[in-house]
Structure formats: structure tokens, C-alpha cells
Ligand binder design. Structure first.
Ligand SMILES: [Zn+2]
Length: 370
């Protein structure tokens, strides 16, 4: 915790809080403060700016997830906001930090929530580092004390989650109320959509550990692909190629690479039958030129890694149903949401990584069989 207050302030605060409260707060804080959390700990693999795949750090992700869950449950008990909605906000904020690391610089902590100093302390507050709940409230800042230590610390997990919850709670408890509250806070439709999607995922699976990935085709020798990102397209004009083409025969199953929500399903003149899936890293996974879709899935549905969503085909470049203008293949692209725009990055390194991972676990499970 960063405590930027004068000594006499601290004495006043200590005097005001009964010792019992201080002890409770200290115990709670100790329970929540686990060793050290790398920001990337909840991803099994991330892409660096140079496009390399960075394996996850040597931190047990399960520890981070269980510490976070304790945090959400505690704030949920205080605010009556279900843990999965708090988890969804927190995860969304974490994705914002990963695309805007400079504007959202903060020490390592459990929650990814970030509040700009002027918003935390109040727009007209002359002290941007104000941590006094009373003066912050006087200047209409959003900073509040969530863990009962008398300080509204913009880097304290409880204080952050409690403060954001206080913004949402007055709007009510239904799903619609929650969406309205999110809109009032973020003023951005994308933010509302993401957080609602994430909340649905966490509620459905009842856990935070939803970062496993699969290769988009069944592992084997019946496909080929290479890095073609940014090259001219072989078909369809002069736009650069935003993805990787995986060549395989008609009818080979196409699988979701992640836990996510179907955001789009249908025909596009260029992409043919295509599907878009949003994941918890705010990546949009785009699958194009399908022969058809699994009939059980529709927009808004939840998918898991490895789940069949359709079949390899050669649809596209014409009116609905057009196919056969090029060899059958899966076009797979990943787009990253920055909060306002989306840009594509080369999925090739991640594809290689997922393929290797799956090959290894297949080998292991074969060995394990008697
Ligand atoms: Zn392609």
C-alpha cells in the first residue's frame, strides 16, 4: 500500500479507528497480499511487441486466481454485487492495461482496475495524491476506503474494487441495471459489451481459470500452414493478409481456440461463412471460408477450447453460398481491442505454440494409457 500522508494524519487515523478494526483490516490485507503477481500470470502465453511468444512466468496461476477469488468474494459480501461481475470488470480493466501500459502504469497488484489520479482524488482536488476519504469525497472523487484502514489508496485492491462497486451499486442488481451502471461509468458501448460477456463466462464456469487454448484444427498431419501475415493476398484484392491460412481438406472440423463468446456468425462477401469469437484477453478470433457451421451454435453462445464450430471450406468472394474460388482452407485471424479500435496481429506464433502444447499433452496422455 502506498501511504502518502503526513505523520500527524496517521496518528489521527489510528486514534479514530478502534484497535480491533485495525487488526481485522491487517489480517484481511495479509490474506489478500500474496507474494508477487506478474501481470501476465493469467495467460498461458502472450505475444510480446516483437511478436514472440512469451511463456507464462514461474508463478502458480492457481494462486493468483484463488487470491483474486477471495478478493471478489469479500467485496461481493460488502456490496451485494456478484463475484463474477466484479471478476468481469477486473479482467476487462486488465486487458485495457495490456494495450495501454503507459497510460495505466501501476504497481503489481491483484486487481487490474486502474483509476486516473484526477478521477480518484476528484477533478478539482489540488492534491492528485489525496488518500483521505473525506477530502476526496468533498472534491467528488471516486476513491473510497474498502478495507477499513481509513485510507483510500488507488493501488489497494479492496479500495479499488469497493470504489468501482460504489459507482455501480446505485443502479440496481438486475443484468440490465448492471449494464446501465457500466455505461454510466465507462461511457463506451464496447466496454459494456465486453464486461457483460466476461461476466457470462465467469458465471457459467464458476471459476477464473479460463485461459486454456486449443489449436483450431484437430492435431495431425492433414493440414499445413505457414506465416503469411502482412503479405499480399492470393485472392480478394490488395488488402494485406490479416491472418494465417491453414490448408486442409473440405469438412475438417474447425475448433474454437479459446474459452469465449460467439460474437458474430454469418456470411460476408469476402470471408464467406465466418465466425468471430471473443475471449477474456479481449482478443477477437476470426474464422473464415467455412463450409458450414455447427448447427447448435449461435451468436451469444459460450464456447470452450477444442469445441467444433464448423468445417473447413472455400466459401467467399461472392453472394451467399459462393464457394470453390480457391483451395479449401481455414483463414484464422486475431484482432485486439484497444477500447476504441481493433487491430490485427500475426496469429502464427500463437498457433505454433498451441499446436506444440496440444501435441505434447496428446503424447503424454498416450503414454499414460496402459
Ligand atoms: Zn487468409
Amino acid at each position: 500500500m502506498i501511504i502518502s500522508i503526513q505523520r500527524w494524519d496517521w496518528q489521527t487515523i489510528k486514534a479514530r479507528w478502534a484497535p480491533a478494526v485495525l487488526i481485522t483490516a491487517a489480517v484481511a490485507a495479509a490474506a489478500l497480499m500474496a507474494p508477487s503477481y506478474a501481470a501476465a500470470a493469467d495467460k498461458e502465453a502472450v505475444l510480446t511487441e516483437t511478436g514472440e511468444v512469451k511463456a507464462q512466468p514461474q508463478i502458480k496461476t492457481t494462486d493468483v486466481f484463488s487470491s483474486r477469488r477471495i478478493l471478489y468474494d469479500r467485496v461481493s459480501a460488502l456490496t451485494q454485487i456478484p463475484w463474477y461481475r466484479l471478476a468481469a470488470i477486473d479482467q476487462y480493466e486488465r486487458t485495457l492495461t495490456s494495450v495501454h501500459p503507459k497510460d495505466r502504469k501501476h504497481p503489481e497488484r491483484l486487481t487490474g482496475i486502474f483509476v486516473q489520479p484526477a478521477v480518484w482524488s476528484g477533478p478539482l482536488n489540488p492534491n492528485l495524491e489525496d488518500t483521505h476519504p473525506s477530502s476526496i469525497s468533498l472534491f467528488n472523487g471516486m476513491g473510497q476506503d474498502g478495507d477499513g484502514d481509513g485510507i483510500a489508496d488507488p493501488n489497494n485492491d479492496m479500495d479499488l474494487l469497493y470504489s468501482i462497486s460504489s459507482k455501480l451499486k446505485p443502479h440496481g442488481h438486475s443484468m440490465d441495471d448492471f449494464a446501465i451502471g457500466l455505461w454510466a461509468y465507462y461511457q463506451n458501448g464496447r466496454s459494456v459489451q465486453r464486461i457483460m460477456q466476461y461476466s457470462k463466462l465467469y458465471e457459467k464456469f464458476g471459476k477464473l481459470d479460463l485461459f486454456k487454448h486449443s489449436f483450431p484444427l484437430p492435431i495431425g498431419n492433414n493440414y499445413s500452414y505457414r506465416s503469411t501475415f502482412g503479405m499480399g493476398r492470393n485472392w480478394g484484392g490488395y488488402r494485406i493478409h490479416e491472418g494465417t491460412d491453414l490448408f486442409a481438406g473440405y469438412g475438417v472440423p474447425v475448433r474454437s481456440t479459446c474459452y469465449g463468446i460467439i460474437e458474430l456468425k454469418g456470411w460476408n462477401k469476402y470471408g464467406g461463412w465466418r465466425i468471430g469469437i471473443r475471449d477474456l484477453n479481449n482478443y477477437y478470433h476470426y474464422y473464415a471460408h467455412l463450409q458450414g457451421f455447427d448447427k447448435n451454435i449461435k451468436a451469444g453462445d459460450i464456447v470452450v477450447p477444442g469445441q467444433s464450430i464448423g468445417w473447413v471450406g472455400s466459401s467467399g468472394y461472392g453472394k451467399p453460398g459462393t464457394q470453390g474460388k480457391f483451395p479449401p482452407h481455414l483463414h484464422y485471424g486475431i484482432y485486439r481491442d484497444t477500447g476504441l479500435t481493433e487491430w490485427s496481429f500475426d496469429p502464427y506464433p500463437l498457433l505454433k505454440h498451441w499446436e506444440n502444447q496440444e501435441r505434447q499433452s496428446l503424447r503424454k496422455s498416450k503414454k499414460a494409457r496402459p
